[in-house]
Design a binder for this molecule. Structure first.
Ligand SMILES: C[S@@+](CC[C@H](N)C(=O)[O-])C[C@H]1O[C@@H](n2cnc3c(N)ncnc32)[C@H](O)[C@@H]1O
Length: 223
């Protein structure tokens, strides 16, 4: 495999350079990310971890999209990522946090094959992360410790994310939810059931995307 090309002769160098310009990382973090990307592309041949059409843009569409969360919560050390799938945003976040003492990222993913991949990704990169192969509802209900951040990407509408993340946000976690074009409709719907402080931050990687930062989540009083 040449330096310029990735798995299967894919030329990812340009996309990787664009991603690193958007979300710069240390040399050590980049080494961990490169191990993860290579592993993901290998598993992708037999397990659907990301949409095949996004493979040529894996560094911008997935890695940088995940890394943009770091600047929003610079002091956060403990995360729970809901519905991690192939590992976004959790594994890139853990790659950055690997040099932070006390950091831990929990990945909740009920699909057995994807959870097996995530375990292998954690082992290969050596990042501070644990994979929980169970349903979000069960994991969150049993989570005893408070965390700094609860994140989710491409999992569910905001109303459902509020339902799922409420026990964690109630105990002080900040919700970071990567969202697309429908965000305003989703916010309107969520606001019927939840009182929430929600701030939209434009995405660094997608012109139609944003990150919704949720704090102070409370149920709406019945009218
Ligand atoms: C569309 S994928 C998104 C994966 C990843 N977050 C991303 O952005 O690439 C949603 C993932 O959430 C998982 N999932 C959905 N509902 C879940 C639940 N209730 N408990 C655990 N995992 C769930 C699915 O198995 C799937 O892998």
């Amino acid at each position: 495999m040449s330096k310029a090309t990735g798995q299967g002769g894919l030329d990812l160098a340009g996309d990787k350079a664009r991603a690193l310009a958007l979300t710069p990382v240390s040399r050590e973090t980049l080494q961990r990310l490169a191990i993860y990307v290579e592993l993901l592309l290998r598993w992708q041949q037999t397990t659907n971890l990301i949409s095949p059409s996004t493979i040529p843009h894996i560094w911008t569409r997935h890695i940088a999209d995940s890394l943009q969360l770091m600047d929003l919560v610079p002091d956060a050390k403990t995360w729970i990522d809901l519905g991690s799938g192939g590992g976004f945003p959790a594994i890139p976040v853990a790659c950055v946090l690997a040099d932070t003492p006390g950091a831990m990222v929990h990945l909740v993913e009920s699909n057995g094959k994807k959870a097996a991949f995530l375990r292998e990704a954690v082992r290969a990169t050596g990042v501070p992360a644990q994979v929980h192969a169970e349903r979000i509802e069960k994991f969150v209900a049993g989570a005893v410790n408070s965390v700094d951040v609860v994140s989710a990407r491409a999992l569910a509408p905001l109303k459902t994310l509020c339902d799922q993340a409420f026990p964690l946000i109630e105990r002080g976690a900040t919700g970071l939810f990567l969202k697309g074009l429908d965000v305003d409709t989703e916010l309107t719907e969520a606001s019927k059931y939840w009182k929430l402080d929600a701030r939209k931050v434009p995405s660094k990687t997608s012109p139609d995307g944003c990150v919704v930062i949720v704090r102070n989540l409370k149920t709406q009083p019945a009218t």
